[in-house]
Ligand binder design. Structure first.
Ligand SMILES: O=P(O)(O)OC[C@H]1O[C@H](OP(=O)(O)O)[C@H](O)[C@@H]1O
Ligand SMILES: Nc1ccnc(=O)[nH]1
Length: 504
């Protein structure tokens, strides 16, 4: 047995450290995979060696592995075999078919932390290059559900909403969940953190309340107040999902087959009966054309049928951000403003009411074609606001929070229009890059405020965007980058003049 030396350091992977003498005695080298066994728990980790940091007879264990092992006093280790899924990942790279068993092995290895970051990145990259056939996506989704916990509600229908993401500022879940819950339906909403964006719904909700709950707690809170907005990655619900998202986030990609499975596994695991999926379409989003949107809608509906979930898809406008803010705190402030029935952006209000309306119709509390108006009544009467405050309280946040209480990064700088004219080009992806450079989403207070959208008139020197951050150096680098390659292009209506040659 080796005496545990806890290293309270989060390094984003499962790691342990042995003194070089012990490592040599066991025939282990740095980078080897080892199985670490404690009383009643085991995990796989990668090995580092040292001459100084741990003594012979000791083992240094970093935070991630310590959590899995329940903070043990002593452990033993064995060399771990090369995971079988590496071979299947290679098959995926070669665009070969995978069997149900092979897919299940990959998912189990991901859940058990048997894959290194390099191997995970290889899986995610291979999935990005080759879409899986639909039967493999069904196996993948089922494996992701079955390797975690599931929630079974006694009351039905259980409603849910999910966005494929890809459009900046998509804070609509903060309005939709309370509207649906205020209508008397259950909506246990699990979200991921940002994948390609600068703030996922889990990042946003975390500004208002804790988002890390167990499956049992999600069930209890949903039954009490009608809904939750929690981080899927904190639960044991579809536990492979968040591990994959970490690799996807680093690469800013969302592979098609993986996206289908990621969304539907979370919906299947919470026992959803009916789901609306928001699919933002437009240049620079995950769905460049309406045809791409139709293909995805068909794939999502088919996958839902195979899982026993009624899915409806809504193709939404993704050409420019939803509302005028990007980044956790800024987005939360904007969503609260609308819930408080103060003036706010129409794009956010209309999109939230449309999607909530579909859910009210699917859940049978509004007639066909009457969902939008029903959602609007719940929003304007203040019931949606009151419901969000109840959800915040149930999740342990401050139920008296107001939009003006939300603190934004103290370092802000405006990017001004270099000329007068009209906004003729608007680059969503650049805005997201700038918000990420400013520190979002890990810096909750960082982000971008958009002053001018596509087609709007601008005077020379007027602000186009404001970038905010908690750190002055991150702000500086984002501002420099914005000026080097503007995310919003302004031109006069007169683009070029061709004078008569004789008059030159
Ligand atoms: O970062 P990108 O790729 O834009 O999208 C990821 C976001 O999309 C989904 O939204 P929601 O949970 O339905 O609101 C995810 O849960 C996550 O919040
Ligand atoms: N791949 C994904 C896209 C959007 N949301 C998710 O949870 N997962």
């Amino acid at each position: 047995m080796l005496l545990v030396r806890p290293f309270d350091i989060e390094i984003g992977q499962h790691k342990v450290m042995l003194n070089i003498v012990d490592a040599r005695e066991r025939g282990l080298n740095p980078g080897d995979r080892v199985r670490v066994r404690a009383k009643g728990a085991a995990t796989t980790a990668l090995l580092d060696t040292t001459t100084q940091m741990v003594k012979p007879g000791e083992i240094g264990i970093f935070t991630e592995a310590l959590k899995d092992l329940n903070n043990p006093v002593d452990v033993d280790i064995l060399p771990a075999p090369r995971p079988a899924s590496i071979c299947h990942i290679k098959s995926l790279m070669d665009n070969e078919k995978l069997s149900e068993d092979q897919i299940r092995t990959i998912v189990q290895d991901i859940v058990d932390n048997n894959l290194s970051d390099i191997e995970l990145a290889a899986y995610v990259t291979a999935s990005y290059i080759h879409n899986m056939p639909s039967e493999e996506v069904v196996w993948l989704t089922k494996a992701m559900i079955e390797t975690g916990e599931r929630i079974h509600f006694d009351t039905h229908p259980v409603m849910d909403k999910h966005s494929i993401g890809g459009v900046p500022g998509n804070k609509v879940s903060l309005l939709i969940v309370p509207i649906v819950a205020a209508a008397g339906l259950l909506i246990p909403k699990t979200s991921s953190r940002a994948i390609t964006g600068a703030g996922g719904t889990a990042d946003l909700m975390e500004v208002l309340a804790p988002v890390e709950f167990s499956a049992a707690e999600i069930k209890e809170i949903t039954e009490k107040v009608g809904g939750v907005i929690v981080w899927g990655g904190a639960t044991n619900i579809a536990p492979a999902d968040d591990k994959l998202i970490k690799a996807e986030y680093a690469l800013s990609i969302d592979p098609y087959s993986q996206m289908l499975a990621s969304i539907m596994a979370k919906k299947g695991a919470v026992g959803a009966d009916a789901v609306v999926v928001d699919m933002p379409v437009g240049p620079g989003t995950k769905l460049p054309t309406a045809d791409d949107g139709r293909t995805l809608a068909k794939d999502l509906i088919d996958l839902g049928d195979k899982l026993g979930i009624r899915v409806e898809c809504a193709m939404t406008f993704g050409g420019s951000p939803v509302g005028r803010t990007i980044g956790p705190a800024l987005e939360v402030r904007e969503a609260l403003t609308l819930l408080e029935n103060k003036p706010g952006p129409n794009s956010l209000r209309e999109k939230s009411l449309s999607l909530a309306g579909i859910l009210l119709e699917m859940g049978g509390v509004a007639g066909r074609g009457e969902g939008y108006a029903a959602a609007e009544e719940i929003l304007s009467s203040g019931k949606a606001h009151a419901k969000l405050m109840e959800i915040i309280a149930a999740q342990g946040g401050n139920p008296n929070v107001k939009s003006e209480d939300i603190v934004i990064g103290e370092n802000c700088e405006e990017i001004l229009a270099p000329a007068g004219g009209y906004v003729v080009a608007f680059y969503n992806k650049r805005l997201v890059e700038l918000a990420r450079m400013a520190g979002a989403p890990s810096d909750q207070k960082a982000g971008v405020i958009i002053h001018k959208k596509m087609g709007e008139r601008v005077k020379k020197g007027e602000p186009l965007i404001t970038i905010c951050s908690s750190s002055d150096w991150e702000l500086d680098s984002a501002v420099r980058d914005a000026k080097r390659s503007m995310p919003i292009v302004v031109e006069g209506m007169l683009l070029e003049r061709y004078p008569r040659i004789t008059e030159l």
